[in-house]
Design a protein around this ligand. Structure first.
Ligand SMILES: [Fe+2]
Length: 282
């Protein structure tokens, strides 16, 4: 079964769970956000405690995509700091992983994410998928690619596009002028859209997404209109192919203060802490 529609949660309301010895990251903590029962793919925030280390020749049997939210994580001598992005394909060989300071890392595993000691079998690792490191805070960003989104106050940074599937990961940085219209059209994509909000706010009909908001929206669901008067910085992924957008003919008023009315699987909703601390980043 594919992942359920989750739109949206504030990650602050999701509990941390300890990761056991047999997991990909023993000794770390995880805040799982969405999970695919059949493929075992997961989107999760991983928290590596200060002094965490995994000194083992190993690989992971599925692709791992990561974005450092805070702290620093070193893999094979490459240090990933706050705002750094990487895509490490299945079979990517690791000799050591360490976090001296501790690190919180948004992590997307595309399959069972088993940690396996030793060398990956030949044919597993696809070098074409590797994105070794993008320091998103210091590289040059471009403009939005969709003309209906493009505005002087909207910047886009492409992070990857899968050579086989067209799945894409990007960031969008909207300043306080970039998406202030009182009306906008609804959009529909033929692919999954997944978003984590790093800062700012997005105003939508199901509520106000604040920093630490997360959603996984299956294909074909009309959504919006979206507005922000604070600006917003988000990490975006689409799954199932490249992003295309069908816009509605009619524009609808932006709902600036809609009450929180999410679409959530029951078991996820039941586990959310109602009294979370909104000052936390996630
Ligand atoms: Fe969208």
């Amino acid at each position: 079964m594919p992942r359920p529609h989750i739109e949206f949660i504030q990650c602050q309301a999701v509990a941390w769970r300890a990761m056991g010895e047999d997991t990909a990251r023993p000794g770390a903590e995880a805040k799982p956000l969405s999970f695919d029962e059949s493929s075992k793919a997961v989107t999760t925030i991983l928290r590596y405690p200060a002094g965490w280390t995994l000194a083992q020749d190993h690989y992971v049997d599925s692709d791992e995509e990561l974005f450092v939210l805070s702290g620093a994580l070193t893999i094979n001598g490459t240090t990933y700091e706050d705002g750094d992005y990487a895509y490490l394909p299945a079979g990517f060989q690791r000799s050591s992983m360490t976090s001296t300071t501790g690190a919180d890392v948004m992590t997307f595993f595309e399959g069972a994410h088993q940690r396996v000691e030793g060398s990956a079998p030949s044919g597993l690792y696809n070098r074409d998928k590797l994105v070794e490191r993008i320091p998103t805070k210091s590289v040059t960003w471009g403009s939005a690619t969709d003309p209906k989104v493009a505005a002087p106050g909207v910047k886009r940074l492409g992070l990857r596009q899968d050579p086989d599937t067209g799945d894409t990961t990007w960031m969008l940085d909207v300043d306080e002028t970039g998406m202030t219209g009182e009306v906008n059209r609804l959009e529909t994509h033929p692919v999954v859209e997944e978003v984590f909000l790093l800062s700012g706010e997005f105003h939508m009909p199901m509520g106000v997404l604040k920093k630490g908001a997360y959603f996984w929206r299956p294909p074909g669901i009309p959504h919006g209109p979206v507005g922000t008067n604070t600006g917003a910085l988000g990490l975006f992924r689409c799954k199932g192919g490249p992003l295309t957008t069908e816009w509605s003919d009619e524009a609808h008023p932006v709902q600036w203060d809609a009450p929180y009315k999410p679409y959530l699987p029951d078991e996820l909703a039941a586990g959310l802490a109602p009294d979370y601390d909104p000052s936390l980043p996630y």
